[in-house]
Write a protein that binds this ligand. Structure first.
Ligand code: PLP
Length: 394
């Protein structure tokens, strides 16, 4: 049996995957089982924040794996405490953290905190959560319901939890608020929905309005967090102070980890929430190693430099190929090119793979770029060379 046949027989077919078999990775370069080389502009959907084969990360994981990988949360876990402190310090917010294992779980935690806050703070219970159209918040029953895309709420998985509604724009959030609204949950740059950033002023105005109404602002930074937009959090870039922030993708450099952080540290008590694996030795040691790599790069200005270099290249592509792309979108190292059609989007991604470049799709017609934060100039140059070849071959 080929690997493809085995996959089809033994793995549930929930992904429309291609059968490129990557067997080796160095930095932002990948090799498949035939020895073909690829530049990685996808980083495992924003997960491999410090690339492949990073020595600091792999050494930290190996050393930890040879000792304790996991002890339950019934005892204190030193690297978990250290990672929590580090994240809080880097964020600049006075918050406490709960560790989970994925983005969806982090958002579940956020919704639980909000619901309990709404139950215990007001005379009349507040429980409704407003999210935005084209948002993406995860694949559990609750986070799929929080996701503002009708196609995700298929009757297949019904019934869904109550209390979620979706607005077309930030401007429409205001009139959607009622006396049962407990929180607004947003991505500052919608990732899966099409790499669409919101306006800073618009978000700041909303944050003030919500604060005045004692409604929680939950920022889903599962994709935007951990320097993806150039600052540690996109919330830092937008200069807001959310009530709750969720993290996941880039935090563990590939080791599963999720986190929900909140300034309402008093809401959850012992027994209110938990996770068997969440915040274990392995994942939090990985998180610490990732931040040990990225923080000095941020301080030295090299993340900003990479962002400028990457976006200059991307803008050039957008203007050179106006027949193919509507415009360039995104922020930091979370970028996209809006193709003129959904068909073009698919063709470009496929041709790019043929040329040895991994890119992603987002929304209906966006080609998405989520390179590792540590990608080198050479890899960026080579990646765009291949991207232009892919476009030329359309
Ligand atoms: C990827 C993503 C999620 C879901 O994360 P999982 O780890 O797949 O559960 C949630 N929110 C946003 C913004 C994401 O990009």
């Amino acid at each position: 049996m080929t690997l493809e046949e085995q996959d089809k027989q033994y793995v549930l077919q929930t992904y429309a995957r291609d059968y490129t078999n990557f067997v080796r990775g160095v930095g932002s370069t990948l090799y498949d089982d035939k020895g073909k080389e690829y530049i990685d502009f996808a980083s495992g959907i924003g997960v491999n924040s410090i690339g492949h084969g990073n020595e600091k990360l792999s050494n930290a994981i190996c050393e930890q794996a040879k000792n304790i990988i996991h002890i339950s949360n019934l005892q204190v876990i030193e690297p978990q405490v250290k990672l929590a402190q580090k994240i809080v310090e880097l964020s600049g917010y006075d918050m406490g953290i709960f560790f989970a294992n994925s983005g969806a779980e982090a958002n579940e935690g956020a919704i639980k905190i909000a619901r309990k806050y709404g139950e215990t703070t007001f005379d009349k219970k507040r429980y409704k959560v407003i999210t935005l159209e084209h948002s993406f918040h995860g694949r559990t029953i609750t986070t799929v319901k929080a996701t503002g895309q009708e196609s995700f709420h298929t009757p297949n998985f019904a019934p869904y939890p109550d209390g979620f509604s979706y607005e077309k724009s930030i401007a429409e959030v205001y009139q959607a608020i009622d006396d049962e609204t407990v929180a607004v949950l947003i991505e500052l740059v919608q990732g899966e929905g099409g790499v669409q950033p919101f306006e800073k002023e618009e978000i700041q105005k909303l944050a003030i309005h919500l604060k005045n109404k004692d409604i929680l602002l939950i920022v889903d930074e599962v994709q935007t967090g951990v320097y993806r937009t150039g600052e540690f959090l996109a919330s830092n870039l937008y200069e807001i102070e959310p009530d709750i922030v969720t993290l996941a993708k880039g935090l563990g450099g590939g080791v599963p980890i999720g986190a929900v952080m909140t300034k309402h540290k008093e809401v959850l008590h012992a027994g209110d929430h938990g996770s068997t694996f969440g915040g274990n030795y392995l994942s939090t040691v990985a998180g610490l190693a990732v931040l040990d790599v990225l923080k000095p790069m941020y301080d030295a200005g090299s993340i900003e430099e990479t962002i400028l270099y990457f976006s200059k290249k991307l803008k050039k592509i957008a203007t050179t190929y106006e027949n193919i792309f509507e415009k360039e979108v995104g922020l930091g190292l979370m970028r996209g090119l809006r193709a003129k059609s959904a068909a073009l989007q698919g063709d470009i991604i496929k041709k790019s793979m043929d040329e040895g470049l991994v890119v992603l799709k987002a929304g209906r017609n966006t080609v998405r770029f989520l390179p590792s934060i540590t990608i080198s100039k050479n890899e960026i140059d080579e990646g765009f060379k291949r991207f232009e070849k892919a476009i030329a071959s359309l």
